[in-house]
Design a protein around this ligand. Structure first.
Ligand code: ASP
Length: 438
């Protein structure tokens, strides 16, 4: 079974004909992992070559953005070039046109960006009918004294500036939504969340052996003092009952997909979107040879979310944060959890204190786990991936889990003169149990 994130990681690269060399290790392991003193951070020099970090996009935009940086174009133009590629691709169901809708069948988009050199920021949330929300977020700081616009106000603002209104719900996404609607019972976002004492584990009848996480090291005190969590040897959806359940659901949903008129070659993808709908989004951070940085995030948010739900992606400091003195970071994954740790801001602040990009990302992931006191029966439903670049070009990709649902490693893309896919540094071994549950 291939999830959306797995698809994006594996197939799309080859589909786009990009010859990306896979690298098992960090290209510059030392810089990515070396902690510094705060004074040393202040003295860091710009990199000799630009650096871009993002997720696997399946298109040529990362190479094109890199060329833009080499040509001296602005870092925000470059990161938005990558975002636009995803927003304009109807096959990408996590962002822009073709994004999966909310539970009412309406696509609502979120985006934010920060321009390091001018220290400006813009954001839009819950925008309907406008596909290129990454550019609308930028227009917020270019045309107003505000930082964030939401809902119909943001949509009208975009339309006033000439962004075309269009229906963002593609036929494929509409059918996936119909399949979800027809197939769902408790598979939605209603009910008490995991932080609520009244929360009940929907898998309680299908127990998965879950080791309790050793909380030692959750609150580290400084660079070099962040001992790793003992990787929790979490089995990936291991019980025969669980496998049976998935097989049964898949069969049933595939039949329903046929009834809904979903073409045979698209059925499996549609079923996967219903079974594992939670991840997507694109974040891009970049630094050029002058040390100028920008970051941007754009998303259709969690599939089947409640109308009006806003995730982390448009929240400056959570979904994206850039500080021209230090670095730039951003996130994809369970937005609610990332908001609670102000993920991107936390990472940048830790780097300011001297944490390496990798340690800053891992420490922030630990805080997410800490928010659930390390209870693995909750943490297993969470997902998070961070993309990080420091002003000297040191970078990291960090993920909560080491693999996607298929066991494929979690990866990120870096271009620093050579475009490649690297494995994320992962806090926990295994893969999440996706939410909403079956
Ligand atoms: N972070 C996004 C959100 O919560 C979703 C994702 O990255 O999958 O809206």
């Amino acid at each position: 079974m291939t999830t959306r994130r797995d698809f994006l990681s594996k197939g799309a690269l080859t589909a786009a004909g990009i010859g990306i060399a896979r690298s098992e290790a960090y290209a510059d392991e030392q810089r990515a992992t070396q902690n510094l003193t705060p004074d040393r951070v202040k003295q860091l020099k710009p990199p000799a070559k630009p650096v871009i970090v993002t997720r696997v996009t399946g298109d040529q935009t990362v190479q094109e953005a890199y060329r833009m940086l080499l040509d001296g174009q602005d870092t925000l133009d470059a990161v938005h070039h990558v975002c636009l590629g995803r927003e304009n691709d109807p096959r990408d169901h996590s962002v822009g046109l073709g994004g999966l809708p909310n539970e009412d069948g309406i696509v609502e988009l979120d985006s934010c960006c920060m321009h390091g050199p001018s220290r400006r920021a813009g954001s839009v949330a819950g925008v309907r009918n406008i596909r290129n929300v990454c550019l609308v977020a930028r227009k917020v700081f270019e045309h107003t004294s505000h930082v964030m616009l939401a809902g119909p106000g943001a949509e009208n603002f975009a339309a006033d500036l000439g962004f075309p209104r269009e229906n963002l719900l593609t036929e494929d996404a509409r059918k996936m939504w119909m399949l979800w609607k027809e197939g769902h019972s408790q598979m939605d976002w209603w009910g008490p969340g995991m932080a609520d004492p009244a929360w009940k584990d929907p898998y309680a009848d299908h127990p998965t052996p879950q080791p309790t996480m050793d909380l030692h090291g959750l609150a580290s005190t400084g660079p070099g003092l962040s001992p790793g969590l003992s990787p929790g040897a979490i089995p990936r959806h291991p019980t025969p009952e669980w496998r049976q359940l998935i097989a049964m659901r898949t069969r049933k949903l595939t039949e329903m997909a046929a009834d809904l008129g979903i073409e045979p070659e698209k059925r499996l993808a549609a079923v996967e979107q219903v079974l594992w709908p939670t991840t997507g989004t694109v974040h891009v951070s970049a630094v050029n040879t002058k040390g100028e940085m920008s970051g941007a995030t754009t998303t259709s948010g969690l599939a089947w979310k409640l109308a009006g739900r806003i995730g982390d992606s448009p929240i400056l400091g959570a979904g994206s944060f850039t500080d021209q003195d230090v670095g730039s970071a951003g996130a994809t994954g369970t937005g609610e959890e990332n908001i609670k740790v102000a993920g991107a801001h936390t990472i940048v602040e830790l780097m300011r204190q001297g944490y390496s990009p990798k340690d800053a990302g891992m420490e922030t992931l630990r805080r997410i786990v800490r928010n659930y006191n390390g209870e693995m029966n909750k943490v297993r439903y969470l997902d998070m991936e961070y993309y990080i670049v420091r002003k000297d070009g040191a970078y990291a990709g960090c993920s909560l889990w080491s693999t996607g649902a298929t066991g494929h490693p979690r990866e990120f893309v870096v271009h620093d003169g050579e475009l490649r896919v690297e494995k994320c540094s992962a806090l926990l071994e295994g893969s999440m149990t996706e939410w909403p549950p079956l």
